[in-house]
Design a protein around this ligand. Structure first.
Ligand code: MF3
Ligand code: CO
Ligand code: CO
Length: 251
């Protein structure tokens, strides 16, 4: 069941989303070569605690950390680790689900460490553009959920990139993962509801430089590309209000 949100709910999710945007604004510029993914997680978790919010991921289905920090060929769900140290030329995605006063927002930014190769920079730019194209598709009159994946996948494939199929965006707002499922490709077997007022969605393209195929790490969480090529991830929480689509996780 899709849980539609009232204007008051959306105001709560907006406050949550703005706080998450402030976190990225504060922490993003501090992420640098020589830091471990654990150090990045500490910066994020400190911010969340200072603002009396909760990192929803921690404890979700047994997930051990406040954030997911995924480097290079790790697509999503990288567990922060003091032995994984960022170096020049890496890309790192920081994925955070934040709960403020019971309202949940979800957002991911991918950062380039030092100078990355032109190929990697393109992957990052194209993935972020995929996110905005997905959001734009969702904002059109009479749009349906699968219009998002159609927009994301058609743009990504122009560059020969793989579009991850095994993980999707989702409804959000009262908890981390709600209905509907929001695939980044056109899925004939997946429901295709009309996008309407009161829906709150996490749109999150996961785009691989090579194959779309992924494998799970022995820790049961980290999701990696099968071919070892890099992957990228961007995410925003959006809401459909009486005035139209609004991005919740920006300032
Ligand atoms: N933030 C993730 C998402 O975008 C959810 C991570 S759940 C965790 O859907 F348990 F892996 F942290
Ligand atoms: Co997320
Ligand atoms: Co999400």
């Amino acid at each position: 069941m899709i849980q539609l949100k009232t204007p008051q709910d959306i105001e709560g999710i907006r406050r949550s989303g703005r706080l998450l945007a402030r976190l990225f604004e504060e922490v993003g510029p501090q992420i640098a070569a020589g830091m471990s993914t654990y150090d990045v997680d500490r910066l994020c978790d400190d911010f969340i605690r200072r603002h009396h919010a909760v990192a929803s991921c921690k404890g979700y289905m047994g997930y051990p950390s406040a954030t997911c920090i995924s480097v290079n060929d790790v697509v999503i769900h990288g567990i922060p680790n003091r032995h994984i140290v960022l170096s020049d030329g890496d890309i790192v995605s920081v994925d955070i689900t934040l709960d403020l006063d019971g309202y949940v927002s979800d957002s991911t930014h991918t950062y380039e460490i030092g100078k990355v190769s032109p190929e990697l920079h393109q992957l990052n730019e194209v993935t972020e553009k995929c996110l905005y194209l997905g959001i734009e598709a969702a904002s059109k009159p009479h749009a349906r959920i699968q219009d998002i994946g159609a927009a994301v996948s058609s743009y990504a494939r122009r560059f020969g990139y793989g579009v991850v199929r095994d993980y999707c965006g989702h409804g959000v707002g009262f908890s981390i993962h709600e209905e509907p499922n929001v695939p980044n490709y056109v899925s004939l077997s997946s429901p295709n509801p009309r996008i309407r007022e009161g829906m709150v969605l996490a749109i999150e393209p996961m785009i691989n430089m090579g194959t779309y195929r992924i494998k799970t790490d022995p820790d049961g969480w980290g999701v990696r590309t099968q071919d070892g090529k890099p992957a990228c991830h961007w995410e925003h929480t959006i809401a459909i209000t009486d005035k139209g689509l609004e991005i919740m996780t920006v300032l």
